[in-house]
Design a protein around this ligand. Structure first.
Ligand code: ATP
Ligand code: MG
Length: 246
């Protein structure tokens, strides 16, 4: 699909860029999504394009939260759908989570295309199209969710979420797991578990931890979620960026 030699030092980054471009061509990623990707890349570059030890701990904590949850939901936007569709389906299967399409710039067409794209990657049920629930405190279009999806969820994974909506979901009392390469963004700052890592590494990372923890006791899962320190995770990410130690 793409002609970049694997030996290229920025292979992963170029591949990711190509997937986002392809997502725009398919009508699943918005043009705004291209800008968001550019921002993410800048932070990823400063982090050395790797999963830090601290991000790995956050991914383990996120896995434990998803496994402990009564009703976990993975929120999927246009960038997530373009970058990691199959990986999100695998994470949903490993944790018993629902997949829900949830767009900042919501159009019926894009919603359908993303749902189809997820089904092509193995998803059985995709939520988000009913939009019969609302997140309090947001304007009408931004507030739409499925009542039996994010509306009812106790734990939500929101990759690359807009800051306003991240805050509104947190205000509803939901446990929020946020994937965002910018540790200073409001989304990361409001998260119960901020995962400062590229979504292309973070989602498979969470799945790997979830698989390793499938037989863990309720007590062990609770211990992992309780021991996780969100402030330490945010400062570790900021330190990694500032140290310039690539
Ligand atoms: P706010 O400050 O209100 O949170 P924002 O300005 O961060 O909003 P966007 O530009 O939509 O709003 O944010 C996109 C976020 O997603 C950025 O913080 C960016 O770093 C992050 N991001 C983009 N691509 C990726 C990626 N591939 N993996 C992880 N994070 C990403
Ligand atoms: Mg943000």
């Amino acid at each position: 699909e793409i002609d970049v030699p694997e030996s290229h030092p920025r292979y992963e980054s170029l591949l990711t860029r190509h997937r986002i471009e392809h997502g725009v061509d398919l009508g699943i990623t918005s043009r705004q999504g291209l800008i968001a990707q550019g921002r993410g890349e800048a932070y990823d570059y400063l982090l050395g394009e790797r999963t830090t030890e601290s991000a790995d701990r956050a991914e383990r904590a996120a896995a434990a939260h998803l496994l402990r949850a009564d009703h976990p939901v993975l929120s999927v936007n246009g960038n997530a759908a373009a970058l990691v569709p199959g990986e999100l389906v695998e994470l949903a299967a490993a944790t018993g989570a629902d997949l829900e399409v949830n767009l900042f710039n919501r159009t019926a067409e894009r919603m359908e295309r993303i749902a189809d794209h997820l089904r092509e990657h193995g998803a059985e049920e995709v939520k988000g199209l009913d939009a019969d629930g609302r997140i309090p405190g947001l304007d009408h279009e931004r507030a739409k969710v499925d009542a039996d999806g994010i509306g009812d969820a106790d734990v939500v994974l929101v990759p690359l979420e807009d800051g306003d909506r991240a805050e509104a979901l947190a205000a509803m009392g939901k446990t929020e797991l946020v994937i965002d390469l910018n540790p200073l963004s409001r989304s990361a700052q409001t998260a119960t578990v901020p995962i400062v890592d590229n979504i292309i590494r973070a989602v498979p990372g969470i799945t790997e931890h979830a698989r390793a923890l499938t037989d863990a006791s309720r007590e062990e899962l609770e211990r992992i979620t309780e021991e996780f320190d969100r402030e330490a995770a945010l400062s570790a990410a900021e330190d990694a960026i500032r140290s310039g130690d690539l």
